[in-house]
Write a protein that binds this ligand. Structure first.
Ligand code: ADP
Ligand code: MG
Length: 618
């Protein structure tokens, strides 16, 4: 292909859809196009500055970093120029013709569902910020020259599905984005308007944004200032800029650590789940600066995954600047900083829970299930995380929550352990037969309906010296010894249980229950075996084969008339076929009560019908 001709290429299909939405449906907050283009220019400068640390010749003498805005009313164009890393021809085709990020499809689906016209500000979070230019321009020209390249390249598109690419002239490294503004978007040529937009959305960009003789942004590095000099408004503005969130943060953490290792943290707890997190964007971690130089947008090594909702900045003076990002990721100093970050975040969450409970609950409802992962993953901070947990319980109103500490405080004298029951919904869990003994004794039970609880609670095992126990597990209940069936009763039932052993599918043992009061039967799992709820969760995740179905213990309520009737029938006529079929019915009742599916509904119907017929003929 001769490099001198103009070549026409098509946008990839997803991008065409996005462009279509951008040009035709996004009407509010259109001024954010400038924020996106300035953020790209600033990123490009950060990249150049970072690479120059190891390859200084890339600079070719120009390290006067800046972003320049030029409005040309005669031509109707606004140009955003930077002296950043620039792009080669291949880079341009790759970066401005395809979509690299994975969340984009979801973003599209979401835009289509929601009122898209209200949320264009989210564009930048999905790696398609550049295209927001088409909200205000009917043509965009990009002239770019990559650092170290001898030639420049020109990209042009009207945002309709194609772009052209051709060789071009540019004196030095960097990029010009030239917007041919739509007829009714000429306001973006006005200096006052540009100033106002920069103040609102890009004030903390760290490189000067220059228009004529003016620098429009303040470039404040808030994290380097003493807390006393920073206003809440500054924090909020900075947060919105680093996070892309439009809401204020729930809490700000700003600390400075002095000593052998010196670093500053400016971190934010969001009020709600960050939008990009809902779409499984795998990036997390604060920005990492080394003495004000941005070296990483997301430094994962600074945050454990269970705190991936935290946004902000860490600046460490003691990290080496002249190594690759790859090597930096493995620097042991990052672990030390991470420990401090985790400590501060957990402390801040604790304060929020104590001092601003409502706010904490709002946060917890959205991000609690992420935070909970820490119980299983971060042994060292397990207790601190457990302090932050909230659950519904038998004794809370629907929708209200209790902490583990509150639970313990209210435990009656005779209760020794913390009990929980997992399931799909409060209604279902609340009515489970396992809770009968707890209700009678006035012992509270945590009702857990978040799927992650299945993994979290077992790994907690203990809180403030109290054991945590699943209410549907085989283990006896400490403090409920008086409920144990009498010895002579056990003996009476023994022959029947021997006869039924092996006759019931999925049941490995039958015994008298100490937890049932009203129901006739229930199924319990062995301590450590997989419970019914977890089995269902795994099945839904398509992993049933992997885990199989563990055999259960069938518990019968020896005082229940149906169970006593079964015993009488057996004693009268041990070989009567109804002994087994009635036992099957008691078993199926228990299967339904634990929320599992009856394996053979036709067989169950047959058994019930038999009873109906017998009853009718009396
Ligand atoms: P994002 O910034 O999230 O990656 P964008 O749609 O804003 O997504 O930009 C796409 C890509 O185009 C950028 O990742 C970058 O590689 C490239 N790019 C955009 N603007 C510039 C610029 N001014 N200088 C260098 N590269 C740029
Ligand atoms: Mg961008």
């Amino acid at each position: 292909m001769p490099a001198t001709t103009v070549e026409t290429l098509e946008f990839k299909s997803e991008l065409r859809q996005i462009l279509d939405i951008i040009t035709h449906s996004l009407y509010s907050h259109q001024e954010i196009f400038l924020r996106e283009l300035l953020s790209n220019a600033s990123d490009a400068i950060d990249k150049a500055r970072f690479q120059a640390l190891t390859t200084p010749e890339l600079l070719a003498g120009d390290s006067d970093w800046k972003i320049v805005l030029v409005a040309d009313p005669a031509a109707g164009t606004l140009t955003i120029s930077d002296n950043g890393i620039g792009m080669s021809r291949a880079d341009v085709i790759e970066n401005l013709g395809t979509i690299a990020r994975s969340g984009t499809k979801d973003f599209l689906a979401n835009l289509a569902r929601q009122d898209a016209t209200n949320r264009p500000e989210l564009i930048g979070q999905f790696g398609v910020g550049f295209y927001s230019a088409f909200m205000v321009a009917d043509g965009v020209t990009v002239v770019s020259r990559g650092a170290g390249e001898t030639e420049a390249v020109k990209w042009r598109s009207d945002g309709q599905g194609e772009f052209t690419i051709e060789p071009a002239e540019r004196a030095a490294r960097g990029t010009d984005v030239i917007l041919h503004l739509k007829e009714d978007k000429k306001e973006f040529l006005e200096a006052y308007r540009l100033k106002q937009i920069v103040k609102q959305y890009s004030d903390f960009v760290e490189h000067p944004i220059v228009l004529g003789d003016d620098t429009l942004n303040s470039m404040k590095a808030l994290w380097l200032r003493p807390k006393s000099e920073v206003t809440q408004e500054d924090y909020n503005g900075f947060y919105r800029q680093v996070s892309g969130d439009f809401e204020d943060p729930a809490k700000v953490i700003h600390t400075s650590v002095e000593g052998t290792l010196e670093f500053k943290e400016l971190l934010f707890i969001p009020a709600r789940s960050p939008f990009d997190m809902k779409f499984g964007e795998p990036k997390w971690g604060p920005r990492l600066y080394i003495r004000r130089i941005l070296v990483m947008d997301h430094c994962e090594a600074l945050l454990p995954p269970y705190l991936r909702f935290i946004r902000g900045v860490v600046d460490c003076a003691d990290l080496p600047l002249n190594v690759s990002r790859e090597m930096l990721q493995h620097n042991p100093l990052l672990d030390t900083i991470q420990k401090n970050v985790v400590k501060n975040v957990l402390k801040a969450l604790g304060e929020m829970k104590t001092d601003e409970y409502e706010k904490y609950v709002t946060f917890y409802r959205e991000l609690g299930s992420v935070l909970k992962e820490g119980v299983a993953r971060d042994r060292a901070n397990r207790d601190a995380i457990a302090d932050l947990l909230l659950f519904e319980s038998l004794k809370t109103e629907r929708g209200s929550l209790t902490s583990l500490a509150q639970y313990i405080e209210k435990m009656p004298e005779d209760q020794k352990e913390i009990y929980f029951l997992t399931g799909e919904s409060r209604t279902m869990v609340e009515r489970a037969p396992y809770l009968e003994v707890f209700k009678e004794k006035g012992w509270d039970v945590l009702l857990l309906t978040d799927p992650i609880d299945e993994f979290v609670l077992p790994s907690l095992t203990e809180y403030k010296g109290k054991t945590l126990k699943a209410a549907d597990r085989s283990d006896s209940l400490a403090g409920a010894e008086e409920n144990a069936p009498a010895k002579e009763q056990e003996e009476k039932f023994q022959p029947l249980f021997v006869k039924l052993t092996g006759a019931l599918d999925g049941v490995k043992e039958i015994r008298l229950s100490r937890r049932l009061k009203e129901s006739a039967s229930c199924l319990v799992s062995d301590e450590g075996a997989m419970g019914a709820n977890l089995e269902r969760l795994m099945a839904r995740a398509g992993r049933a084969d992997e885990v199989g179905v563990s055999e259960r213990i069938l518990e019968l309520n020896g005082t229940h008339p149906a169970v006593q009737g079964l015993l009488e029938l057996y004693e009268r006529a041990p070989e009567d076929a109804r002994v087994v079929s009635h036992a099957r019915l008691l078993h199926e009742e228990a299967v339904i009560a634990e929320g599992s599916r009856v394996k053979d509904p036709a067989e169950l119907a047959r058994l019930i019908n038999e009873l109906l017929v017998r009853d009718a003929r009396g």
